[in-house]
Design a protein around this ligand. Structure first.
Ligand SMILES: *[C@@H]1O[C@H](CO)[C@@H](O)[C@H](O)[C@H]1NC(C)=O
Ligand SMILES: *[C@@H]1O[C@H](CO)[C@@H](O)[C@H](O)[C@H]1NC(C)=O
Length: 397
């Protein structure tokens, strides 16, 4: 009789932990392909690397990432039907009921040498899954492969081939293609394979994806209702390119020709070693099992066109856009919080003040996850990061 009070709580606890009644309800995800007609004035880069020479393309990426300027002789019209592959996740009905008016879509745009899979963690569990965290708050999520990236890149141009890495896969082309994607979803045209209209679009970028988002806000301010820039600042560690070297993914992963075929143009380059990827992307507090998995399963490419046009697209302050903007960058980010004599918080404040002059303070926010490197969604602090982003967005949605 006296023992019952001990037994009952124990059984109750055991039932709760094994039946996962404390977990948020699961969201539902599907793979989608948008086919979008896009016409764009691409930059014609003079003195290009020999398109068939791996060494020259690898050197070109490293040099331009390190700040070497390219000469441009004019523009050339690029036109075709481009495929944007995506993972779309919608909130579980229970999460939707808790936030019935939150009919907003988060578009998640990956950084360099990643693709849309970076937002799903590594399939380990939902701990590193941005979709799951955002869906639990009632948001819909769409993680896209920028054109030229992900397993579908090999047929992204007119359903047939890899887009030209130097002429097509450039920074402003990404801005234009994502703008067209947003128009398709806002207007709910036949090309909107979500088959659901969204009036509220939240852009979430990581690293280079954040540069693209900032440029999108500058060029098409009314296309976005909020901007979340992760792994980002305007204070860039120029030593980053020195620790990186590049190689064709077909050379790096010869055992996986269906993912990285030899026909992939040499202007698509991957980071060549696990140690370099780890040094730039991981720092502070993370599961040591993750960097090898990240290298093996999340490695994607950077193109010669992306690295050559990055500075042009990224160095112009965001005027015109006045909506909410939040910057989230890890305290130990090797690329973006590494300036001698400044704390990461000061770098965030300087970036917001200097680069977003038209935005009122009440629309600005930042968060610096402690003991966290560049790939902040693969660090232990990921729960704090998604919570702080949710708290910021709650003020507007
Ligand atoms: C999406 O496609 C990937 C790769 O083909 C597959 O592994 C995954 O299970 C698919 N996801 C869904 C929800 O169908
Ligand atoms: C590739 O370019 C490098 C550097 O310019 C050169 O040394 C090498 O001979 C070239 N390889 C081929 C196969 O042309």
């Amino acid at each position: 009789m006296a023992r019952i009070p001990f037994v009952v709580p124990f059984l109750f606890w055991a039932a709760a932990s094994t039946a996962t009644v404390l977990d948020p309800p699961k969201s539902k995800c599907s793979n989608l392909s948008f086919k979008l007609p896009i016409t764009h004035d691409s930059l014609v880069i003079t003195s290009p690397p020999d398109p068939n020479n791996e060494t020259q393309n690898a050197r070109h990426v490293k040099a331009t990432l390190g700040g070497a300027q390219v000469e441009v002789s004019g523009t050339q019209v690029v036109s075709g039907t481009f495929t944007i592959n995506a993972i779309y996740c919608r909130p579980h009905p229970a999460s939707h009921r808790r936030h019935p008016n939150r009919e907003a879509l988060q578009i998640l745009v990956h950084g360099i040498t990643y693709n849309k899979d970076m937002w799903s963690g590594l399939g380990l569990d939902d701990q590193y899954n941005w979709h799951a965290a955002a869906n639990a708050e009632g948001y819909h999520t769409l993680a896209i492969d920028r054109v030229g990236h992900g397993p579908g890149a090999k047929t992204a141009y007119n359903g047939q081939s890899f887009p030209d890495p130097l002429l097509i896969v450039q920074s402003d082309f990404h801005v234009e293609s994502i703008f067209q994607l947003i128009n398709t979803i806002r207007d709910n045209t036949q090309r909107n394979v979500i088959k659901k209209k969204f009036d509220k679009i939240i852009y979430v970028g990581h690293s280079y994806g954040s540069f693209i988002g900032a440029a999108l806000a500058r060029l098409h301010p009314s296309s976005l209702n909020a901007l979340i820039l992760t792994g980002y600042s305007t204070s860039i560690n120029l030593n980053t390119a020195n620790v990186l070297s590049f190689v064709s993914p077909a050379t790096l992963f010869p055992q996986n020709p269906s993912r990285f075929p030899h026909s992939q143009p040499k202007g698509y380059q991957a980071i060549s070693t696990l140690s370099a990827r780890k040094e730039v992307y991981f720092s502070g507090s993370y599961d040591p099992a993750i960097p090898p998995l990240d290298f093996a399963y999340l490695t994607d490419t950077i193109t010669t066109g992306e690295s050559a046009t990055l500075i042009r697209t990224a160095s112009v302050p965001v005027t015109g856009y006045t909506g909410p903007v939040m910057i989230v960058t890890g305290e130990d980010d090797y690329i973006f919080c590494h300036t001698v004599g400044k704390t990461c918080e000061e770098i965030m404040q300087d970036t917001l003040a200097g680069f977003f002059p038209d935005i009122e303070d009440s629309n600005k926010g930042y968060f610096v996850p402690p003991r966290t490197g560049h790939c902040l969604t693969l660090h232990y602090s990921v729960g704090e990061t998604t919570r702080e982003v949710a708290r910021f967005l709650e003020r507007f949605f």
